[in-house]
Ligand binder design. Structure first.
Ligand SMILES: C[S@@+](CC[C@H](N)C(=O)[O-])C[C@H]1O[C@@H](n2cnc3c(N)ncnc32)[C@H](O)[C@@H]1O
Length: 233
């Protein structure tokens, strides 16, 4: 057994180990489903087209992130872009007037898609220096090949410490972290909300939706196990 795996399993109870095995079996079954195979094909097409590298799973344990912060985060895996399209359509967003922030932006797929859709600003916040470096290379190639007129921006840092920009804002989250970080993100979103300055959220795989519900400052517009769409009240 490798050191990294031994570290991840150390100190877990037998119930937790059984839960982990169950999750891994479910993950293997999902990864060979027709939908997953189609998504992988689409993702590979994106990378071939733009000369980028956004695929794969990257565990945080192998990255240069302070372990005390990494344990609140979720591994890297790219979104397929469907939730972004759904949010733009459901909220009737005119991208040129809006900014998008991807909290936990990884290799940058979502900010490139948002820039291609014409968002005024597409900002990714990511706490792994390695993933930011890959995202920067990706963005360079994407812009050079004509993917977007305005280059997406990448901020290296903790999502919970990021000050969101003013103006209409779409906050994008693909289950990037646990409730403790999400609460800090929500606090900053709420602190910058002005009347007439909409803030909407696309939360993919919304495991901690209760963090939004707890503040009564958000209306849930749509909610499924795959995606929650919310807007500030
Ligand atoms: C599931 S991936 C989502 C990637 C990207 N948003 C997408 O949809 O393609 C989650 C990402 O969040 C990052 N992350 C986790 N906790 C973070 C934090 N506190 N601050 C910034 N990034 C974080 C991880 O490194 C990982 O790249």
């Amino acid at each position: 057994m490798g050191d990294a795996l031994r570290q991840r399993l150390a100190g877990r109870t037998s119930e937790e180990l059984i839960g982990l095995i169950g999750k891994n079996i479910a993950h293997v079954i999902c990864s060979v489903s027709p939908a997953a195979v189609r998504a992988r094909r689409r993702n590979a097409q994106f990378d071939r087209l733009w000369g980028t590298e956004t695929s794969g799973l990257v565990n945080l344990s192998g990255l240069a992130i302070d372990p005390a912060r990494a344990r609140h985060g979720v591994r890297y895996q790219a979104s397929n872009g469907e939730a972004l399209k759904e949010a733009v359509s459901r909220f009737d967003i005119d991208p040129a007037e809006w900014s998008l922030v991807d909290y936990g932006s990884g290799k940058g797929r979502i900010i490139m898609l948002a820039a291609a859709m014409g968002f005024g600003r597409a900002i990714g916040v990511e706490f792994s220096p390695e993933l930011c470096a890959i995202a920067n290379d990706n963005v360079r190639s994407f812009v050079m090949k004509g993917g977007a007129a305005h280059p997406p921006e990448i901020v290296l840092g903790d999502a919970g410490a990021f000050q969101p920009p003013e103006g209409p804002l779409l906050a994008y989250l693909y289950n990037p972290f646990d409730a403790s970080v999400l609460d800090r993100v929500i606090g900053r979103l709420e602190a910058r909300t002005f009347p007439g300055d909409p803030v909407v959220v696309a939360y993919v795989d919304p495991r901690h939706l209760s963090c939004f519900e707890a503040t009564s400052r958000w209306s849930v517009i749509a909610s499924s196990p795959d995606l929650a769409l919310l807007q500030s009240r």
